[in-house]
Design a binder for this molecule. Sequence first.
Ligand SMILES: O=C(O)C(=O)C[C@]1(C(=O)O)C=C[C@@H](O)C=C1
Length: 364
Amino acid sequence: MSEQELKALRVRIDNLDEKILQLISDRARCAEEVARVKMASLAEGEQPVFYRPEREAQVLKRVMERNKGPLGNEEMARLFREIMSSCLALENPLKVAYLGPEGTFTQAAAMKHFGHAVISKPMAAIDEVFREVAAGAVNFGVVPVENSTEGAVNHTLDSFLEHDMVICGEVELRIHHHLLVGENTKTDSISRIYSHAQSLAQCRKWLDAHYPNVERVAVSSNAEAAKRVKGEWNSAAIAGDMAAGLYGLTRLAEKIEDRPDNSTRFLMIGNQEVPPTGDDKTSIIVSMSNKPGALHELLVPFHDNGIDLTRIETRPSRSGKWTYVFFIDFVGHHRDPLIKGVLEKISQEAVALKVLGSYPKAVL
Ligand SMILES: O=C(O)C(=O)C[C@]1(C(=O)O)C=C[C@@H](O)C=C1
């Protein structure tokens, strides 16, 4: 390519950027107007609701449907995700608590869902995320709920039994783990490997093959593991890209998770009910009396109405020995007439039924 051609293309890019700049600014002004309309139409004592997950899902889906390339749908939606995040911050910046410290996959999930224009607050434990939301110190919390290799995150399920929360969204993240070291550690001098227990479990086979005799130490998060090895000799951490970058660590081995499709699902928790979008999921907790066939009774109404169950998990109920609660996710919104009927049927048989929330299926 000649210098001349390059110059001409760059002039074209500059012109296009100017147009994009103008359009983004017009869009941001529109969002400011939206905020004004929302404020003006409030009833006496009503609080404004600036964040609208159902609308955001609609905007992102529309972008993906209309995208003709060459950028991929996800790439394009990610760009619009950030534009919307900045527009919302103009209306009212969201405060979001997540399972920290900085650099965790939960932080990456929070950014994927809300974009980067939020005020984010790392918390030391899952229960603290719940408490921060319950206290009203933040608008939303982000917690991991299940991993495709290791199953349920029990701390999260148990926290739902203790707090009244509304689930307003979900996000799935591909989890790639790396073996990370600080500048003073060499491959053959590793005597200890730190990570979160779930991450150690997700890399068990790789560790057995490569470091069978090295001590594995479970810590509160993989970002915490990365933080520790920065200043330690002869130790390594298993963590992801964000933590590696944040703590300036070297990757001794990349993508060491045992399953290449290793993914984690995260939930957004808050106090805001989300209206139907036509492509939603609902999460409920049900406790049944401890009698034969109780689980069958619970599942029949879903089967009879052709409702797609996406997950069922059992946990001890904490209110009696050998009694259990079921966490169930299914496709549909609790305001859909069909789902309403199913929930009514179940509540006739159940000891207790709680709808944790209906929310748009993850778009990104
Ligand atoms: O449509 C709205 O209600 C808006 O506030 C605008 C907008 C957007 O930028 O498109 C911003 C934030 C909301 O969460 C949803 C959408």
